[in-house]
Structure formats: structure tokens, C-alpha cells
Write a protein that binds this ligand. Sequence first.
Ligand code: CA
Length: 480
Amino acid sequence: MNRRLSFAWKLLIVAVLALDAGAQTVRQKADIFRAGEKDPSIGENRPDPSANLNRLSGVDRPNFVFLLCDDLGYGDLGCYGNTNILTPNLDKLAADGLRLTDCYSAAPVCSPSRAALLTGRIPQRLGIDDWIKPGSGVHLKRDETTIAQLLRKAGYKTALFGKLHTNSRLDGSEPTPTDYGFQSWLCTQNNALPSHQSPTNFVRNGKPAGPMRGHATSIVVDEAINFIERSAGSSFLIFITFHAPHEPISTPSRITSLYPGETNANRAAYFGSVSMVDAEIGRLLRTLDGRLLRNNTVVMFTSDNGPETLNRYKGSEHSYGSPGALRGMKLHVTDGGFRVPGIIRWPQVVQAGSVSAEPVSGLDLLPTFAELAGVPVAKELRLDGTSILPLLQGKELKRKQPLYWEYPAALSTPWKLALRDGPWKLLSTPDFSRFDLFNLASNPSESASMTPLETNRVAQMSRRLRELHAEVHGLAAPVQ
Ligand SMILES: [Ca+2]
């Protein structure tokens, strides 16, 4: 094609795109939440749990799309009772899969929660017990084993797009996502800066990406869609770790316009920040559908910790997240700090519309994904999570140890540690001098103490808490 003809073609393409852009503006509002169309190949999604394990071996191993929000509250989604924030795609995801009512992050703050997601280990074992300050030198160590490393060794293509926050520098002087097993990555060390809009601090595969156009929430989904298209024919693991709805929030007006009745612009920005995640997840799910990947892709959505407290620090004026009926917020060891939404869709195994009140933790991600992929985990690797495959199959889940949390900087004074065993939740002071016990099945708001009535249970759980505390700090041999 000669140069003049090529130029004419370009002009024509630009004109067509411009016309299409106008039409798009009209369609845009209705399309923001367009739920994924049903793929005609899906057929009747009738899970056959008994046949499932056979399908987990060989070429039919699943893909994984792990979706993580930053500081999204337990009460922030429609399917978790929010009546203000529009989240139709996530509500549909829950209707098509399993909704966990008692899903937990491993910590009430970013870095320890994320390190636990990658490793399946209690953050104190990793030496990460608070958010990592930039340049502090704290990071997830190279000799830890991550789910991305395990799956990569098994031939999966692996990628991470979004916020990392398991190191303090992303300049190569500390481990990067490459070291954590991700072959392809575009991420920020902590928050997208100067805000979610037009961020300048993304790093792509070790090199600064420079100023980027668009919104962080859309940028990371664009990357994921490109990665899926590049991975045709291969099994893949994608971590999409959204910056939203953590500050510094900046939400486009086309999204905040979804809330015309909201007179508080900061609140509309928060609601819109969540809705934008929802809309972009809808776009991603449509890509899976369009590539006939719906049935054999495990899509898991959750949050890294509870919602930020409005105006807790300068710049947190948009933080209108909700813990629902739970007690406390981010940075607390009461449930508001770390009970989070948890949705899993995997049509060929998980019964659509199922709901479980079984406690599940971010610690369970590694053992679960490893088992679903048929990847062995070395016995000497001391994991704290459990594969939740039985739960996905509608069976009983037996957990080898209670869920344990420790956050020395917790704002839920005097409580800094917590243990959950079945419906029971024990809170403890750091010196184990005081405890309080609640039954979360009947009292999710942790308001009615059972301590006076359950002295034996308090004694038993406090002993277990101390044992685990000693072990994760290297003060005692493993206890089973
Ligand atoms: Ca967070």
C-alpha cells in the first residue's frame, strides 16, 4: 500500500471512530453495567461434584482470575446488603457462583493481608505485620513460596496487574512480582499516584511505565484482557489487584453521574469508585465469555481488608465504605477489620446461587488454587490455610486449625489478637491477660459477650491462641 493510500485509509478510520465515539457516549450510561451475555456454549451448568476431581487433572485444569479490591467494606456490595452502591456485575457474579458470608482477609491492613494471599501463611511468619512504608526495606522474602510460583512451575502463564504492596521499593532493589512468580506485571508499589486518574507510578516488568492515560481501574483490566488474549491455549493465573476504593480516590463524572441524588460529592466519588470496579469486572467477564473461558475459569473476588474510617487521615475524605452490621473498621481485629466480601464463580463445579457461612480466609487461596490446578505443595511448607475445594463442591470443610489474626497496631483497643473456630470468635489483649468471646452465628456484631457463660471454651480457645502465637513467632514447635 503506498503512503498516500495509507493516509486516506487512516483518515477514513478516524472519521468512523469519531462517529462511533458519539454513538458510544449515548450508549455509555446504559452500558456501564452491562452484564456479561450468556455464552451459548455454556448450556446447562449442572455441576457434577463427583466427577470434578477427574476433571482437575490433565489438560482440563482451570484458569484463575483473582480480583482483589483495596479497602472494600463487607457492606459495600448490593449482594451484601448495600442499598446505595450500584454493583450489578458483582451481584450477578454471586448469583452465578458461591457467595461467602464469612470470608476473611488474613489481616485488617494491606501488606500482611496481601502477603498471606500469595503464600497461604499467617503474616507474622513472613515478618510482615503492618502496612509497608515506602523505602522501609520490609518485603515478602524471596525464599517464601507463592501460588504464582507454584502455578508457573506447572506451566501456567502468570500475571499481576494493580497494587502490589508486599515490598517497600519497586526499583529492583527488593523482590518484584517477577520474584514472586508473575511473568507479566504492571503494578504500583502501593497506591496509584497522584490519584487513580492518570497515574504516573506504574512499573511494567521492572521498568517505570511513566505517565499513563486513563483510570487505574480501567488500566489494569485492559492489561488483563490483553494478557488473556495473549495466553490463548495456555492455562493462566491473573491477579487483578485494584487500587479502588482506597484513597486517593478520583472518579470520572460519567460514573458519579450514576448517583444524581447524592449531594455529597465525596460520597458519590466513593460509590462511583466501587461501581467502576464493578463495571470493569463486567467488561473482563464478557471477555472470558467471548473466548469460551467461562466454564473452566475460577473467578474469585474479595477485598484485602475492611473499609477505611472517614477522615482518619488527611486525604481520606472520600472513604465512605461500610462494614455492614459488623463491629469496627479497617485496622480493627473485630470483624469489620477483616471480614470481607468473598465470591467464587466456577460454573463447572460451583452451584450457581449457593451461599456458605463457613469461615474462609485469604490464607486458603494458595492451597485451594494449588489443589484445583493439580499442583503439589511441599509437605515441609507450613501453610495456615486449607483448600476449600470441599466447600466449592457443596461438602463439609474441615479446617486443620482455627483462623488466627494478630495486629499489634490495632485500633480496637484493647484487642490486638483474634481467633475464630467455627462460629466462635475470641478477642485477646497482646499479653493474653484479657479475653472476650462471641458467637458470630447469632451475634455477628460482636456485641453480646459470651465470656461469662462459656468459661471452658474461653480457656480452650485462649490456649490455642497462645500456642499459635508462640509458633508463628518461632517460640515453639509446630502444633497440630
Ligand atoms: Ca487495603
